[in-house]
Write a protein that binds this ligand. Structure first.
Ligand code: ADP
Ligand code: ZN
Ligand code: ZN
Length: 728
């Protein structure tokens, strides 16, 4: 028997495909196989078939098993991941396998048995069925009056249906699609609001555009009705019997909300969500529904940008500026950018929605590369924009982190039975343990970071590596027993508030208080039931939640972000503050935002007071142009770490020297240590490269990565290339 040679992608850190013999299995491109690799059994994906191998055939192993009954992954899936593997300089096999649901990466566990429904293939003619095939004729006739038949119905037609269906499939008369449970549709349909002019214009512009790839920026302040625009677009794009839309959201926490809203407005369209709060079984099932085309709407976080969707018609990226779209390890892709590439490969519109677009996106919209659509007013007429004011902390003394004005404003809300939100910018505001005598601050031994005080548990914790210890009774450096938590972390503020406003019901929302699976939704319920007077929280609260009785947003401490060495800090701060400001005054009650700052005249606050993102974006873009930062340049960082910095240094020196030799039209800097020099016990270093165009940078990276993979230190240093990094 002659054997095919299969080109197989494996989840191994080698940038190549592997040849195996097909072992007589009937396997298609895009299907999964089990192979032995080294001493382990692994799951692989068949990427190609060939009659030849670079290796002598007698040296090739045969695959152990082929999952021939599973639907194969389609060409677009491979094409998208091939692009990403190249662009982000990550091994193709690992990129492919990591885009699959966990269950499909396991060799042992069997995937649940599948059920199919059958439809007539387009153009199928009864005449092509031979006259004596009675069962086939009956099935055909049944399908002329029914859209699809499932196995139970087919069994009622004839006990011999399986053989008949198989023949009809091979004659091209039928199409099979897998059915999976859990695809709910139906239910009450909520009435749609009448669109305002800007919403109508946005929808018409997108629908009227010639078909093909087109990126759109839907720039609309919080509450301006962007989600309503998505809903109408989905309705328009999925009007017939086929078509799928992918909606990306930055946070798992936002999916249930959006899911409910979509289901209540589009109950006839099967919808699934894809995110990491699903168990493995659900995740596989939802993914399969996307792959079969049965899920018409897929709402998902970052990774779902790779979900196979054969009938995809449009992609929506909500809150496109959000940093959580960027994967920070393994393949460091940006889901918004991948969505754009996917739209380009398939010739589809991609709608990027945001109140504070990423500067890259804004720049592209301003320059006409993207279509720009704006919603400038809040959709609910009586919901006015909140008034934003700064409290100058150089003139108003802080007492335990709060100014008198802030305290009075909180008291006022309390007296009126309204709710307040105190917002703390997460980074750097956690309390550290300080010795008042010698100024010792409790450090993490494994990271260049300080330990954070968790008073309630009486523990110190590193937020980077998870290291934990008891709060020491005395300063280890001088023996002083007077150790204070310093800084205004959420827990500390909670205590201040309890002292200042006795009787106020204060609720803290941060990563610690929301770790349990349903904790956040319980918190949100409590807020809606008016069981809370003051919410204290980090940026978790800044996103997407609607609190009708919330009329005050207080911003405690943001100044360090104004002058951060991270060039995106100001952009991020503005976007966070716009989002928290959007929490106030949504349901007819006027809202107020108070910001404590020592720099009330900073351009960021001026723009914020005027709710004027364009002004702020304009000033930031000017700065970026002068500094030649993105979007005026393209950046990549080679990040390396090892337990001995000398190794990192040698590795980066080699990389820098090689890069200098290879570089054409690319700036290669000297290796440096990042802000966080040590993380989880690893010493870190990095090498920055930038260029005014993508192509030369990509060429350099390609050559450089090949050299580094072959370098002897490759095995001793953990390294990665971060293309378009968010932080460096
Ligand atoms: P965004 O996504 O921009 O924050 P939403 O789509 O959530 O805005 O709209 C904010 C609120 O306004 C929602 O309660 C929504 O139902 C309502 N809304 C949206 N469009 C309209 C409209 N044209 N007329 C009345 N209400 C609207
Ligand atoms: Zn001390
Ligand atoms: Zn640590």
């Amino acid at each position: 028997m002659s054997q095919n040679i299969l080109k197989i992608a494996l989840d191994v850190p080698l940038d190549q495909l592997f040849d195996y013999l097909d072992n007589g299995f009937d396997v298609e491109i895009g299907q999964r196989v089990a192979v032995s690799f080294g001493r382990r059994k692994q799951i692989g994906l068949v990427v190609g078939k060939s009659a030849e191998s670079g290796l002598p055939v007698e040296k090739l192993k045969a695959i152990e098993h082929a999952f021939s009954d599973e639907p194969a992954l389609d060409k677009p899936f491979f094409r998208l991941l091939k692009f990403c593997a190249d662009y982000y300089h990550y091994p193709y096999g690992q990129a492919l396998l990591s885009a699959l649901p966990g269950r499909l990466r396991q060799t042992e566990r069997a995937v649940s048995r599948k059920q199919f429904v059958y439809r007539l293939a387009p153009g199928a003619e009864a005449a092509s069925i031979p006259g004596r095939k009675i069962v086939q004729r009956r099935i055909f006739a049944a399908l002329e009056t029914n859209d699809a038949l499932n196995e139970t119905t087919l069994a009622e037609i004839s006990a011999g249906w399986r053989k008949a269906v198989e023949e009809m499939l091979s004659l091209g008369l039928l199409q099979a699609s897998e059915v999976l449970a859990g695809l709910r549709t139906g239910g009450e349909r909520l009435a749609a609001p009448e669109l305002n002019i800007e919403q109508t214009q946005a929808i018409e512009a997108i629908c009227a555009a010639p078909s093909g790839f087109k990126p759109w920026l839907l720039y609309g302040i919080t509450g301006s009705g962007k989600t309503e625009v998505y809903i109408r677009l989905i309705e328009r794009f999925l009007h017939g019997n086929d078509g799928q839309v992918l909606v990306l959201v930055p946070e798992i926490n936002l999916t249930p909300q959006l899911e409910t809203r979509f289901r209540s407005r589009l109950p006839h369209l099967p919808l699934v969500s894809l995110h990491s709060n699903l168990n493995e079984g659900e995740r596989l099932q939802h993914w399969r529904l996307a792959q079969s085309g049965q899920a018409r709407i897929v709402i998902g976080t970052r990774l779902s940008v790779f979900a196979p969707m054969p009938l995809l018609k449009m992609i929506v990226v909500d809150e496109e500026h959000d940093a959580s779209y960027k994967q920070q390890d393994s393949m460091r892709y940006h889901a918004r950018d991948v969505a754009l590439v996917r739209g380009q490969q398939l010739g589809l519109p991609v709608v990027l929605g945001s109140a504070t677009p990423a500067l890259e996106t804004w720049h592209n919209a301003e320059s006409g590369k993207y279509g720009k659509l704006a919603l400038t007013n809040r959709a609910v007429a009586q919901a006015a924009l909140p008034e934003i004011r700064c409290i100058d902390t150089t003139r108003n003394a802080l007492q335990d982190g709060l100014t008198q004005i802030m305290a009075d404003a909180l008291r006022e809300r309390l007296a009126r039975g309204e709710q307040s939100l105190l917002f703390i910018n997460r980074r750097g505001y956690s309390p550290v343990l300080l010795c008042s005598a010698c100024h010792w601050i409790a450090p993490c031994m494994r990271c260049s970071a300080r330990l954070v005080v968790h008073l309630r548990q009486g523990r110190l914790r590193c937020h980077h590596c998870g290291h934990e210890q008891k709060i020491p009774p005395a300063c280890p450096s001088c023996g002083n027993t007077d150790l204070h938590p310093t800084g205004h972390g959420t827990q500390r503020l909670e205590q201040t508030l309890a002292a200042l406003l006795p009787g106020a019901r204060v609720l803290r929302v941060d990563r610690d208080s929301t770790q349990r699976r349903h904790a956040l939704s319980e918190i949100l319920d409590a807020v809606h039931a008016n069981e809370v007077d003051i919410l204290v929280g980090t940026q978790m609260l800044a996103k997407g939640h609607d609190f009708p009785n919330l009329t005050l947003v207080g911003v405690i401490d943001t100044d360090s972000a104004l002058f951060s060495p991270d060039f995106r800090a100001a952009e991020r701060l503005f976007s966070q503050l716009m989002q928290v400001a959007g929490r106030a005054g949504r349901a007819g009650k006027p809202g107020e935002v108070l910001i404590q700052t020592a720099f009330p005249d900073h351009v960021l606050f001026n723009a914020l007071r005027g709710h004027d993102f364009p002004v702020f974006a304009g000033s930031l873009l000017q700065e970026r142009e002068i500094m030649q930062f993105p979007p005026y340049s393209y950046v990549a960082v080679l990040k390396a770490e090892a337990n001995d910095y000398a190794l990192v240094q040698r590795f980066l020196k080699y990389a820098a020297d090689s890069a200098h030799g290879l570089a054409q039209k690319v700036m290669v800097y000297d290796p440096v240590r990042p802000q966080m020099e040590r993380l989880k016990g690893m010493e870190r270093g990095q090498l920055l490269m930038h260029a005014s165009q993508r192509a030369p940078l990509q060429r350099l990276l390609h050559a450089l990565v090949a050299l580094l993979r072959a370098h002897p230190l490759n095995a001793k240093v953990r390294w990665a290339v971060d293309v378009d990094p968010l932080e460096f």
